[in-house]
Design a protein around this ligand. Structure first.
Ligand code: ADP
Ligand code: ASP
Ligand code: MG
Length: 412
């Protein structure tokens, strides 16, 4: 029989009533004749609460115990959905990551799925006609026998990986919006829902801040050719809409130059003033950061006119800001800079579209439009299908709306 994976995010399982609604969506697909694996997130807010508890317990908590704590949220919803399905007369059982098993690396807190053995799930389908309700976000590091988690938003990745493992016809990611939009519909009322979005664009959108899908889930969907839809759990279970299909670029007929605008407040800016303008200085700055596993994203070096000293600006993840600052202050004698200035009230706004490959000047138009609104750009990066600007966080909404209109994305 054909198989389907249905994933429900936190808002969709926020309480028992919503879980009942989810069960109706599952019932529809069971009645359509599918074998179903459901992947659930923790109830909305639960994971945040669990994370906070770890932080309150200790500033330097053991990441293996962090995973033992935060994986608990999904265990609750998996059990509850199985109970509700059984109550509706649908055979179902819950599965924890380790029971499937979903095997992962040992990078606790951001583990990667290494392998999924689908045979127990197949057996449940074949012998007991049972819906498999699988706790998302969690897995097992086999060598140590420890529970692991996949990073925030990781249930999306659980779902796509399970879909690949059981060769599902489709992976439906149900969430609180009815698809992927041209930008976050909670920020821009004129955002438009896309019927289709290319894997590469979705990958960039997710990496650049659109949290509707976890980046890794898009990578897996692309590599394993999993037909993945983003759709709403708030649709009538008897009359659902198809949502947005993530697909190959070639399968999209009407391609825009810019498909979407994303933004991320998770960056911080560091500027080193009066850096010696010598060979080797960039290495002296960036090597210690790389050794500390700190990802540097945007980099700007001003070409100096006196060839003695210059300024370098770059961004790091805001969570690593203090660590980066401490490393650079310690390395000050080797680097030889004047002062270090930092700012975390910044936002990175990005425009994404495969059409940029064949249309020059796309970014230049944005610089002009932002300047006309009085928005100062602090750093810029570009690549084949996207560009990003770093600006003051206070201008986030204005900048996103400006670019959204500029590239003709507004809903009419
Ligand atoms: P879930 O709990 O179902 O996993 P998330 O909160 O992780 O849901 O993701 C859905 C949210 O993603 C939406 O509520 C929306 O605010 C946000 N979002 C950001 N960018 C986009 C976008 N381009 N299209 C759709 N939703 C987006
Ligand atoms: N519950 C986890 C989180 O909030 C995983 C997920 O929802 O995808 O990050
Ligand atoms: Mg999510």
């Amino acid at each position: 029989m054909a198989r389907l994976v249905m994933k429900f995010g936190g808002t969709s399982v926020a309480d028992v009533d919503r879980i009942r609604n989810v069960a109706r969506h599952v019932q529809r697909e069971v009645e359509a004749g599918y074998d179903i694996a459901v992947v659930v997130s923790a109830m909305s807010g639960k994971t945040n609460e669990l994370v906070d508890w770890c932080r309150v317990a200790s500033r330097f908590y053991d990441p293996r115990e962090y995973d033992a704590v935060v994986a608990a949220g999904e265990q609750v919803t998996a059990g509850l959905l199985a109970i509700v399905l059984q109550d509706m007369g649908i055979p179902a059982r819950s599965w924890q990551g380790w029971q499937v098993p979903i095997l992962t690396s040992d990078a606790h807190g951001s583990a990667r799925i290494a392998d999924i053995d689908g045979s127990a799930i197949f057996k449940a389908f074949e012998e007991r006609k049972e819906v498999a309700v699988i706790a998302g976000f969690q897995g097992l590091h086999q060598e140590t026998g420890r529970i692991s988690t996949l990073g925030r938003g990781g249930s999306d990745t659980s779902a796509v990986a399970i879909a690949a493992a059981i060769k599902a016809e489709r992976c439906d990611i149900y969430t609180d919006v009815d698809g992927v939009y041209t930008t976050d519909p909670r920020i821009v009322a004129k955002a438009r829902r896309l019927d289709r979005v290319a894997f590469e664009e979705m990958l960039e959108m997710a990496s650049l801040g659109a949290k509707v899908l976890q980046v890794r889930s898009v990578e897996l969907a692309m590599v394993y050719k999993v037909k993945t839809f983003v759709r709403s759990s708030f649709d009538d279970p008897l009359d659902p809409k198809p949502g947005t299909l993530i697909c190959d670029e070639e399968d999209i007929l009407e391609q825009q130059v810019v498909t979407g605008i994303a933004f991320s407040r998770e960056e911080a800016q560091i500027t080193l003033r009066r850096v010696a303008d010598n060979p080797g200085v960039a290495a002296a700055i960036f090597m210690p950061l790389a050794e500390a596993n700190i990802n540097v994203d945007m980099i700007i070096q001003v070409v100096s006119d006196n060839t003695v000293a210059t300024d370098i600006t770059f961004t790091v993840p805001v969570v690593d800001f203090e660590r980066a600052r401490a490393i650079l202050e310690k390395a000050q004698p080797q680097i030889g800079y004047g002062t270090l200035q930092g700012a975390s009230d910044v936002v990175k706004i990005s425009a994404i579209g495969v059409g940029m490959r064949s249309h020059p000047g796309v970014a230049a138009r944005a610089f002009k439009a932002l300047a006309e609104k009085g928005i100062n750009i602090r750093a810029i990066t570009t690549s084949e299908i996207k560009f990003s600007v770093l600006i003051e966080a206070a201008y986030t909404e204005l900048a996103v709306r400006t670019l959204h209109s500029l590239y003709g994305l507004d809903k009419v």
